[in-house]
Design a protein around this ligand. Structure first.
Ligand code: BGC
Length: 410
C-alpha cells in the first residue's frame, strides 16, 4: 500500500514529470554551442533533460542525411533542427507532431512574421517551430587591418575586388573563407545579387529558370566569381567557416562574407563588434536581405507523445527564451513582439534592414542554405559551384551546362 502510494506520488510529482528530449542539430561551433547552452538551461529549468546529437557540418547537409537515415530506421530523434521548404515534405509523410495546440495558446498567428508562418505551416497547421532568422549577405570587416591598409569599406563589387587585390599585394589575406561547398556557394549568391539584382537571383537560383541560368548576365556573374576565386588561397585552406572567422578575429584576414552566425561566433570569443569587426551589407546588396530560418520539428515516436511535445514546445516558444537565444546566436527573432534594445548593433541593423526589405519585396531565400529548392538539387548545385571556384579549368559554359542539367532533372 505504502509502496504504491509512493509510486503514485512520484508519478504526480513535478520532479518525476522530468523527461528526456534528444535533439539532432548541426550547431557545433563555439558560438553555436553558446546558443545551445541557453536552450539547455531553458529546458533544465523546466525539468526537461536534454540529450544533444550534434552532426558536424554547418549548413545542415549532413545532418539532414542523418535525420533521414534515422527516420527510415525507425529511430528518430525527438526534436531536430531543420530549414525551409523541406519541412513540408517531412509533414507530408506523416512523421511530425502537430504544434497547433501551442501555436493557439501562444498566439503564433499574430506574433510571427508572415514568412515564419509560411515556412512552418502546412495544410495541417503548424508542424514546426521557427526559432531564428539569419541574414546571409553580410560583409564582416576587420577594422584594424582596414585602417592599417589605409582603405575604406567597399561599396560595390568592383571596389570589393580591388580592395582585396590591394590587401593581397600588401601581404594581407583579403578574405577568410570556409572551404566547404555551401560556404563557397554563399559567396556566389552574394555576387549574383550584387551583379544581377534580386529578380535575376530569384529567377536563376530559386526558380532555376534555364533562360537566366544560360544568359549573358550569368556569364558576367561568373567572371566576377572567377576573379574572386583568384584572390583567395589556391588550394583553399581546408577549414570550415568558424575557423575562417577566427582568422578574421585574430587580424589574419581582412574580410569574411557570410551569415550572422559569424556574429554569434565573434561574440562568443568576446570580440568587440562592430568596433573591431564591423558588419556591412555585402557590397551592392541594394537593400536585399538574403535569409535562412532555423526551425525545430518534433518527430513522432513511442516515447514522445503529444503531451511531452507540448511541454517542450511551450518552453521553447517562450518569448523571453526566443529573445535570449537569438541574442547569442547572432540572428534576429522570428517573433515581431521582441524588443531588440539589448541586442548587438549588427542585429539591430539586421532588424531594420529586414523591415525595409519586406516593404520592397527584396527579402530573398538562400538557395544554398536550404530555403528555396529541394535538398538534392541544392547539394548538386553547391558542389558544382564549389568545383568551379577551386578549379580554374572549369569554364563558365561547363558550370552553366551543369546547373541547367540539375534544373531539368529537378
Ligand atoms: C544555420 C545556422 C548555423 C549555420 C552554420 C546554417 O544552416 O541556419 O543556424 O549557425 O548553418 O552552422
Amino acid at each position: 500500500m505504502k509502496a504504491s502510494l509512493i509510486a503514485t506520488l512520484l508519478f504526480l510529482s513535478p520532479v518525476c514529470s522530468g523527461q528526456n528530449v534528444e535533439f539532432l542539430h548541426w550547431w557545433t561551433s563555439a558560438g553555436e554551442k553558446s546558443a545551445l547552452n541557453v536552450l539547455e538551461k531553458q529546458l533544465a529549468e523546466h525539468q526537461i533533460e536534454y540529450h544533444p546529437s550534434p552532426v558536424i557540418g554547418g549548413g545542415g547537409d549532413t545532418a539532414l542525411t542523418v535525420l533521414q537515415a534515422r527516420a527510415l530506421a525507425g529511430n528518430s530523434p525527438n526534436m531536430a533542427q531543420i530549414e525551409g521548404p523541406v519541412i513540408k515534405a517531412w509533414d507530408a509523410i506523416g512523421v511530425l507532431h502537430s504544434l497547433n495546440h501551442i501555436a493557439d495558446e501562444q498566439h503564433w498567428d499574430s506574433v510571427l512574421y508572415p514568412l515564419a508562418k509560411r515556412i512552418n505551416k502546412t495544410g495541417n497547421g503548424y508542424v514546426s517551430m521557427p526559432l531564428v532568422l539569419h541574414r546571409l549577405n553580410w560583409l564582416w570587416v576587420n577594422h584594424h587591418l582596414l585602417k592599417q591598409l589605409n582603405m575604406t569599406v567597399p561599396q560595390n563589387w568592383e571596389e570589393m575586388l580591388s580592395t582585396m587585390e590591394k590587401a593581397r599585394e600588401a601581404g594581407v589575406n583579403p578574405l577568410a573563407v570556409g572551404a566547404r561547398p555551401w560556404q563557397i556557394a554563399q559567396l556566389f549568391e552574394s555576387i549574383m545579387i550584387a551583379t544581377g539584382g534580386v529578380e535575376f537571383y530569384k529567377a536563376t537560383l530559386v526558380d532555376l529558370n534555364p533562360n537566366t541560368i544560360n544568359s549573358e548576365q550569368m556569364r558576367h556573374v561568373l567572371k566576377q566569381f572567377r576573379r574572386l576565386s583568384m584572390l583567395t588561397d589556391h588550394p583553399l585552406q581546408d577549414i570550415p567557416w568558424d575557423k575562417a572567422t577566427l582568422q578574421l578575429a585574430q587580424n589574419k584576414a581582412l574580410f569574411q562574407i557570410g551569415g550572422d552566425w559569424i556574429l554569434g561566433e565573434l561574440l562568443s570569443q568576446n570580440i568587440q563588434v562592430p568596433d573591431h569587426i564591423g558588419c556591412y551589407p555585402a557590397p551592392s546588396a541594394n537593400g536585399s536581405y538574403l535569409y535562412n530560418m532555423d526551425s525545430l520539428i518534433f518527430l513522432k515516436s513511442r516515447n514522445f507523445d503529444q503531451q511531452k511535445v507540448d511541454k517542450v514546445a511551450r518552453v521553447l516558444s517562450d518569448k523571453q527564451f526566443q529573445a535570449d537565444f537569438n541574442k547569442v546566436k547572432g540572428s534576429i527573432p522570428v517573433r515581431t513582439d521582441i524588443d531588440l534594445k539589448d541586442f548587438n548593433t549588427c542585429q539591430k541593423q539586421s532588424f531594420r534592414d529586414y523591415a525595409a526589405a519586406r516593404q520592397h519585396a527584396s527579402a530573398i531565400p538562400s538557395m544554398t542554405d536550404s530555403m528555396a529548392i529541394n535538398p538534392v538539387a541544392q547539394q548538386a548545385i553547391n558542389s558544382e559551384i564549389y568545383r568551379f571556384y577551386r578549379d580554374t579549368q572549369v569554364t563558365d559554359e561547363d558550370l552553366i551546362k551543369r546547373i541547367i542539367a540539375i534544373a531539368e532533372s529537378n
